[in-house]
Ligand binder design. Sequence first.
Ligand SMILES: Cc1cc2nc3c(=O)[nH]c(=O)nc-3n(C[C@H](O)[C@H](O)[C@H](O)COP(=O)(O)OP(=O)(O)OC[C@H]3O[C@@H](n4cnc5c(N)ncnc54)[C@H](O)[C@@H]3O)c2cc1C
Length: 557
Amino acid sequence: MQWVSHDVLIIGAGLAGMRAALELPAHLDVGVLSKVHPVRSHSGAAQGGINAALREEDSWEDHAFDTVKGSDYLGDQDAIETMCKEAPSDIRQMEQWGVIFSRADDQRIAQRPFGGAGYPRTCYAADRTGHALLHAMYERVLKRNTTVYSEWFLTSVIVEEGQCVGITALNMSTGELFGCRAKAVIMATGGYGRVYLTSSNGLVNTGDGMAAAYRAGAPLMDMEFVQFHPTTLKSNGVLITEGSRGEGGTLINARGDRFMSTYAPNALELASRDVVSRAEQTEINEGRGVDGCVLLDLRHLGRDKIMERLPQIRDLAIKFAGTDPIEVPIPVRPGAHYSMGGIQSNLDGITPVPGLYAAGECSCVSVHGANRLGGNSLLETIVFGRRTGAAAGQFVLDRAMPNPGNHHLDEQHHKIAALMDTNEGDRAGALRQELGTIMNQSVGVFRTQDNLTEAVAQAEVIHTRAQKLWVMDKSRVFNTDLTEALEFQSIVDLARTIAAGALAREECRGAHFREDHPGRDDDNWMKHTIANHSEAGPVLTDHPVTFTRFEPQERTY
Ligand SMILES: Cc1cc2nc3c(=O)[nH]c(=O)nc-3n(C[C@H](O)[C@H](O)[C@H](O)COP(=O)(O)OP(=O)(O)OC[C@H]3O[C@@H](n4cnc5c(N)ncnc54)[C@H](O)[C@@H]3O)c2cc1C
């Protein structure tokens, strides 16, 4: 049996995981495990920027208010206050660590307007902000004495007597299974956008860490809240940053009307994402779209501004939509983008399972509530990655190295053998297509009881089929056929929690829009949804929302 040990093991080498690693004291033995090379984590795809109230005219309180309002009052206000208060010093630290932020004319860090924000507070590195942050972070992780397991695939979280004591993982380059003992495990495995057929997310975003934690007994919170980004390309879901609207881009329909004036007369294209996505979908559904899309017009920004501030966007539009935005508007539509829900965790990443921590998009602290503001997610990874690293560092100080039993590895061996030893069953790719289509159609921007009931039933059937998948490739080295099967098992577990939460929540709040239950229902639904795992499917309970200073109001833009 193969076992390795670390004081702290971090699963995920995106911004949250690496920021946590850097906060752990130097004397601790730290491992970071990632199914892709660290700089290929989805954080590197972030374009538009990261929020912080840096200027005298702005304040963390205003940032907190915008975030609470954006969350449709479901975000926990203590967590939001902490994030917004700590944001400016974190941004300055990132700058000192070598992140090359774009500069304003006065040579201070430039900031652009973003959706749902009352002040232009989104710092950026052109339209490659995540790339700049991720590389700076990785350089520092290399300097810290950290063991990086690159291209290792988490297969399970080990919990014994209610405590997290390690994980199991597959070394993708050899096909061998390993166990890792750890005094603390930090889950930083990112989002689950690939539960949907069309998504702005990288192919790796299949929510494995959330699913593994859930199966091991960690509750998932607010899973029904899935953000649809208003500007993704029709061909492949690739994102066109909100920064393009922040820089002045407009949305027009087939008649050339700037339709956002009907839906958000003040904020227009810079209303929050749920509002803009619903507006676009309404235009498309009512026949004012263009081939299933609306148009993002950047032409009036002019060549120079596009080349300076949005060079990657131009490149993506030319390559994947065949349109040069300097001359022609880009066809865009809403696409699954961000997981507001995740592993229930507190301000220090502590989950209800002692020894298990969570940070970044896989966690639900909750700073985004029912709808995340653009630029707040990169911020969340840095602020809560740091705080989680600090808390886990404290936790392991007086904790002995646990010694999980070999049967955990045996179970995983059997699970993988069951997939490898059969030549029948569904192919993971085909089932993924089937489930993704259901999620797009029935658990998308607009939802109804009938559609959701059907989606829950279909997801259950697919879950049963997914227990027996046909892996055609029987080799051991880089068997992506096998890892795709394992990823699909994560996807289907999460799809069930998303659909069940969406069916249960009979109101409209943020990104969750029930056509059959118009309006927000604070009397009955001002609460978080909790999903606990059972063999029969998710068991739902709820959890109170934390209020500090902002009373719920009607949300208009
Ligand atoms: C196209 C795009 C643009 C975005 N732009 C912005 C933006 O401008 N501003 C903003 O605030 N937010 C943006 N976001 C959101 C933001 O980028 C993410 O929420 C954030 O970067 C997530 O960081 P993370 O560290 O939590 O996870 P990730 O960066 O996604 O990293 C997850 C890590 O987990 C690892 N992992 C996952 N599963 C396994 C497994 N089974 N075994 C081992 N390792 C595993 C992966 O290898 C990876 O290292 C954007 C998102 C997308 C998709």
